[in-house]
Design a protein around this ligand. Structure first.
Ligand SMILES: [Zn+2]
Length: 253
């Protein structure tokens, strides 16, 4: 498996040999520079793709043949209640990875999520733009404050966490270990905030059957209700059970 630790184990000695060869004039500098660039490219790829398990292990594949709906970045004062109405009507339970400051602004919506049987996890307190570059201490603070906001809103202690942007780093890995949270990833990402037509969004989720088992959507955009309804209809037509992500992963304690 390609992990940061494995990569260092293999590449560090080669870096050292090529650096020495460059310094002593045995070889040109370009092999050293080329390897350095390739190494940096792999680190960037690993930090952006949560599914690789490059810096940390994330739960990202659910029960085969099922689909779990997960939503990031809420709660939104308008779109999240509309989505909750739909999920209630359809009898589907989902997971919401909420931003702490949004939770503080709309605690009643988070309380409703829990009362209606949805899973709530933290998505950090502020969703910082520089998330991938934060020191471990600040990442820990973001996770703990995000979790405390949820607890204050609904009285529930959550141990589930999804990193902002799905970005990880050695410091995020350290903070996850310190806080003991379980990281929930995904294996279907339809880029619902980018692809604006319903057809395009659905094409990213389904070929004939769903392309994966955990889909990440955002309850901060209006089309989330329409997209969710289309997903539910399609899953029902194809007899694909919709599971809450922790049940799909058998993580209930
Ligand atoms: Zn996010």
């Amino acid at each position: 498996m390609l992990t940061h630790r494995n990569l260092l184990f293999v590449l560090l000695p080669i870096h050292a040999v090529l650096l020495a060869a460059g310094l002593f004039g045995w070889l040109a500098w370009w092999p050293f520079i080329l390897l350095l660039v390739a190494h940096l490219a792999l680190i960037t790829w690993g930090s952006l793709d949560l599914g690789l398990g490059f810096f940390l292990e994330a739960h990202r594949i659910g029960k085969p043949g099922t689909l779990a709906l997960t939503y990031d970045d809420g709660p939104h004062p308008e779109h999240t209640p509309a989505l909750l109405d739909l999920l209630k009507k359809e009898g589907v339970q989902a997971a919401f990875f909420c931003i702490g400051r949004q939770v503080e602004a709309h605690p009643g919506i988070v309380d409703r999520m829990v009362r209606e049987g949805h899973l709530v996890g933290t998505h950090s307190q502020d969703h910082p733009m520089a998330w991938g570059f934060l020191p471990a201490k600040q990442v820990v603070e973001q996770i703990l404050r995000g979790r405390a906001s949820i607890e204050a809103a609904c009285g529930m202690h959550t141990s589930y966490f999804r990193p902002p942007f799905g970005v990880t780093s050695p410091n995020v890995a350290r903070a996850v270990k310190t806080t003991g949270v379980q990281v929930i990833g995904w294996d279907v990402r339809p880029f619902d905030t980018t692809f604006r037509t319903p057809e395009k969004r659905l094409a990213w989720i389904f070929s004939e059957k769903p392309k994966g088992t955990i889909v990440v959507l955002h309850d901060t955009i209006g089309p989330v209700v329409e997209t969710t309804k289309a997903i539910i209809d399609r899953c029902r037509a194809q007899h694909v059970p919709l599971l809450r992500v922790d049940r799909s992963l058998n993580m209930i304690t």
